[in-house]
Design a protein around this ligand. Structure first.
Ligand SMILES: [Fe+2]
Length: 555
């Protein structure tokens, strides 16, 4: 079953499943009395070099004794990273094993266990596949705003389970999860339980292939670290960004000819949408935490938290990527939307546009994926900014929304992204709140977007002691919007990268958006009531093309 030399490369997944428990059992010395170190919430992320390294992460109900991963003959001991939730005082134990020295494009079986694993006789096992080296075909998938399938939690919904199954059905090399993972902040007294349901729901895919996340506004939790990201950061080990104060918040990795860049948009957006106490009651942490009550009207607003470090890192990272002849594509993942025209959702944010779109233009970023609005929207390729074309909602005055400028408004189905960046809203994971109602200017029938051009900090409402945060403060004609899915707010995007066969030729990415028609609790266009469904069908397919970078250098 194992190849000679103990490299751990397995011929088939079945062989891996058969091999690992038997070997793992031989090294188990028995559970420590009274503690349960059984691995759960098991998930993979890429290591520094996705062709040779992955990280296996998990949690256990109690502290684990000798937590470890086995790959073939090799044992990788896990780092323990516990934290205590700042609201309910529960301590969570997470474990992270860095598995390196792997071969590119190879499938490995692995097992996860501990001395006090109650399943020690038959520990958890699965397989993963490392990234290919060099220009190669591969597939990845993406959505954001997943939640959990447990309807007990605010914003959770059964579609969340089908969304995870959908990832598996497409067998991607990896998945991009574009923020707002489980909305634990909206269930503040039980945050660890919400994260647990999220992790266990994801495990059926994320233990088989890396799921690479970006932090969203709902990862911001009161009393959990300087930006509120402790629950998130403790559960994920992500590629290093070289900035010790900000590790895990943003990062990049390269697979084949594609540079992936994951950003923390809360650092630059105007909108205030992190943890918030609306009132009239205060949020009172458990006495064991020693934390003070959080008064009504308090929100955790972290715009500017990196002091410009993230944008400087982004400039350096994009410059290096676009200057590298082995990199054709640059794909950016973030949570909030530079280009969304959802009417019932958040819309677009001029803070993001002003800070990062000039860099995306300068370095010809091909594709930007977001979440946040629970629907699907695609832009035309855009480059440059139309200034002072927005309208302030309250006054009717002209305002600068930093509107992206479309380089074409012909929806040809094939777009050269060396000429303009395509933006996708993919907040279509599995929440209970579909936001697939889109803006239209009633005066002229033109597609319209709402845009934040300033912070919407909490303000007193008409009800004494209750506070609210306003929606976007401006509108614009969304000349950049190419396609919006009115059938459902649920779906998954599938990306097939084809490096092309000739140095002087083109490379392409075929994008197919699959949607789950009928999953909307209520469809805003038709009023039809629906339920979660596993039936994902094609909504649209389009193709991105660009000249290969090795051609540009040789010309
Ligand atoms: Fe969000």
């Amino acid at each position: 079953m194992l190849t000679a030399g103990g490299t751990g490369i397995l011929a088939t997944a079945a062989a891996a499943v058969a091999a690992v428990p038997a070997r793992a059992a031989s090294i188990v010395s028995g559970p420590a009395p009274g503690t349960d170190g059984t691995p759960e919430q098991i998930h993979l992320t890429w290591g520094h070099d996705p062709a040779t390294a992955v990280v296996v992460s998990w949690a256990s109900p109690d502290q684990a004794v000798r937590p470890r991963v086995q790959v073939g003959e090799r044992i990788f001991h896990a780092e323990e990273r516990p934290y205590t939730d700042g609201i309910n005082g529960e301590t969570v134990y997470t474990y992270h094993a860095r598995v390196g020295g792997l071969r590119p494009g190879a499938t490995y079986g692995y097992g996860v266990t501990a001395d006090n694993d109650l399943n020690a006789a038959d520990p958890f096992s699965a397989t993963f596949t490392t990234a290919p080296r060099g220009r190669a075909r591969f597939r990845f998938t993406s959505f954001g705003d997943l939640a959990t399938p447990n309807p007990q939690w605010v914003l959770s919904y059964g579609q969340s389970a089908y969304a995870v199954s959908a990832v598996e059905s497409f067998q991607p090399l990896f998945h991009l999860l574009n923020g707002d993972l489980c909305y634990a902040d909206l269930n503040p007294q039980v945050q660890p339980a919400v994260w647990q349901d999220f992790g266990n729901n994801n495990q059926s895919s994320a233990a088989n292939r890396p799921w690479m996340p970006a932090p969203g506004n709902h990862e911001i939790e009161f009393t959990n670290g300087p930006q509120g990201f402790t629950s998130y950061l403790t559960r994920y080990t992500l590629p290093a960004n070289g900035l010790p104060e900000f590790e895990g918040r943003w990062y990049s990795f390269t697979i084949g000819s594609v540079l992936f860049v994951s950003l923390s948009a809360d650092d630059v957006v105007y909108q205030d949408a992190g943890a918030f106490v609306a009132g009239p009651a205060a949020l009172i942490p458990a006495p064991s935490t020693g934390n003070e009550p959080i008064e009504p009207g308090t929100s955790l607003y972290i715009r500017g938290y990196s002091g410009g470090e993230q944008t400087r890192w982004l400039d350096r990272t994009l410059a290096a990527g676009r200057g590298d002849p082995s990199v054709d594509w640059i794909i950016v993942q973030m949570h909030q939307c530079p280009a969304s025209s959802s009417k019932t959702g958040n819309g677009s944010d001029a803070g993001l546009r002003a800070e990062w779109l000039p860099l995306f233009d300068k370095y010809q970023v091909d594709l930007v994926l977001s979440g946040h609005d629970h629907d699907y929207e695609r832009s035309f390729p855009v480059r440059g900014i139309d200034h002072h074309v927005g309208t302030e909602t309250a006054t009717g005055a002209t305002v600068d929304t930093w509107r992206p400028h479309p380089v074409t408004t012909v929806d040809s189905g094939t777009f050269d992204t060396s000429r303009g960046t395509v933006y996708l809203v993919l907040g279509c994971g599995g929440t209970s709140a579909n936001l697939d109602a889109y803006g239209v200017d009633t005066a002229d029938g033109i597609t319209q977007a709402r845009v934040f051009t300033q912070p919407n900090r909490p303000a007193a409402s008409a009800t004494p002691g209750v506070y609210a945060r306003a929606g976007a403060d401006a509108t614009e004609d969304a000349t950049w919007s190419a396609k919006r899915d009115t059938a459902t707010g649920y779906g998954i995007a599938v990306f097939d990268v084809d490096p092309g066969s000739r140095v002087d030729g083109q490379t392409s990415i075929t994008v197919t958006q699959y949607h789950a028609v009928g999953a909307d609790p209520v469809n805003p266009a038709t009023g039809a009531k629906g339920t979660p469904t596993d039936n994902y069908t094609v909504f649209e397919t389009f193709k991105l093309v660009r000249p290969r970078s090795d051609r540009a250098r040789s010309a």
